[in-house]
Design a binder for this molecule. Structure first.
Ligand code: ATP
Length: 356
């Protein structure tokens, strides 16, 4: 994927993993400020703690850090924590915002010594900017090209040492020369329900909302392993508890609220369920082609493939096979349906399953 290709966005969904606009302001208030406050990700936290402590002890700048993982797992938060732990300022930008090498040169040349540059969606940067970044990361130097054609000249520009924190949803998309220039790569995993319960309790304290353990567990179970979604569901459940209850988020209030907002007990929303329902009820569990499935649910092919399917596959409810999409036994069970006798189901030994 190049920087100009935009994947279908899942913003606007209550269980969407991306965020924009006003929600970003709401999120800022809930960000942990240091590593000790950052919940979960024990491996990344421990590794990063070592990298940062060592850099501080040397009195130098921390190595460049690459953070890979799905949206909403805390990459931006960690980059801010890196800056805070190093006592350094932070500049935030993203790959798609850097269309020309000159845009990057302007940012790099204005960095202060030791500053953290957070580059979100680094895999979507333009190629010329990416090549400029190689030299900047390695030698703290860029060549600014002045003029065009045979008269063009490269003017070398020294940069102060800085720490680049790159974030990507897929580390595999990065060209090896870029990947190799990071001193440390942290892989962010989806969060366990108990970790999300801790995120929810922490956010509830900051929002001044009372949440019972059962309430936190109920929200955590529907949050798709993602703190961003957990925080968003907490805000909606708080609204429900405030309007229809006594303001306390109990297990029952959380379950009722999320039923009103159409997020089921496994975190599936209307789109996910309509894909599954079509697959089971119209096509007997498949196999069915992606285009046919998309027409059946009245959505774009890309929306079904990139917005709904990844979570259904991750949850083991749907499989992508060479012959089409197939429901797993868990999908029938989740919708409370019985597969007709002789239905070919994915997940069994009889299917040779691999990604198409
Ligand atoms: N480990 C965590 N502990 C507590 N809160 C967290 C944690 N990780 C993320 N959050 C919260 O989840 C929200 C989203 O986190 P963040 O913006 O860092 O995600 P991201 O991975 O950078 O997402 P994107 O890829 O969309 O930029 C923030 O409000 C943040 O406070």
């Amino acid at each position: 994927m190049t920087w100009e290709e935009q994947p279908p966005q899942d913003t606007g969904r209550l269980v969407g993993a991306t965020a924009e606009g006003e929600e970003l302001a709401a999120e800022a208030a809930l960000r942990p400020k240091d590593l000790a406050e950052f919940v979960g990700q024990p491996k990344v936290r421990e590794q990063l703690d070592l990298v940062l402590r060592a850099a501080r002890a040397r009195g130098g700048t921390a190595d460049h850090v690459l953070l890979s993982g799905a949206p909403g797992l805390g990459k931006t938060t960690l980059s801010m924590i890196i800056a805070a732990e190093m006592g350094a300022p932070i500049r935030i930008t993203s790959g798609p915002a850097i269309q020309h090498a000159g845009d990057l040169a302007a940012i790099l040349s204005s960095l202060a010594e030791g500053e953290v540059l957070f580059l979100d969606e680094i895999h979507r940067m333009s190629r010329p900017a990416e090549e400029m970044l190689y030299m900047a990361m390695e030698d703290f130097r860029v060549d600014v090209i002045v003029g065009k054609g045979p008269g063009a000249t490269a003017i070398p520009l020294e940069l102060p040492p800085f720490t680049l924190v790159g974030a990507t949803t897929r580390a595999g998309l990065l060209p090896p020369p870029l990947r190799d220039r990071f001193g440390f790569t942290g892989h962010m995993e989806f969060y366990a329900p108990t970790e999300l319960e801790r995120v929810i309790h922490r956010s509830a304290r900051l929002l001044d909302v009372t949440v019972s353990d059962g309430g936190a567990a109920e929200i955590a179970g529907r949050s798709r392993g993602t703190p961003r979604i957990a925080n968003r569901l907490l805000r909606r459940v708080r609204d429900y508890a405030q309007v229809r209850g006594d303001g306390v988020v109990t297990e029952e209030a959380a379950a009722r609220a999320l039923t009103v907002f159409e997020v089921d007990d496994r975190g599936l929303d209307r789109l996910d369920r309509s894909v599954l329902e079509a697959l089971l009820k119209l096509f007997g569990g498949g196999p069915v082609g992606l285009s046919t499935l998309a027409v059946a649910v009245g959505e774009e092919r890309e929306t079904v493939e990139e917005v709904a399917e990844p979570f259904l596959v991750r949850e083991g409810l749907l499989a992508r096979t060479p012959r089409g999409r197939v429901a797993t036994p868990a999908a029938w069970a989740h919708l409370g349906l019985t597969p007709p006798p002789g239905t070919p189901v994915a997940g069994g030994a009889q299917e040779g399953l691999f990604e198409s």
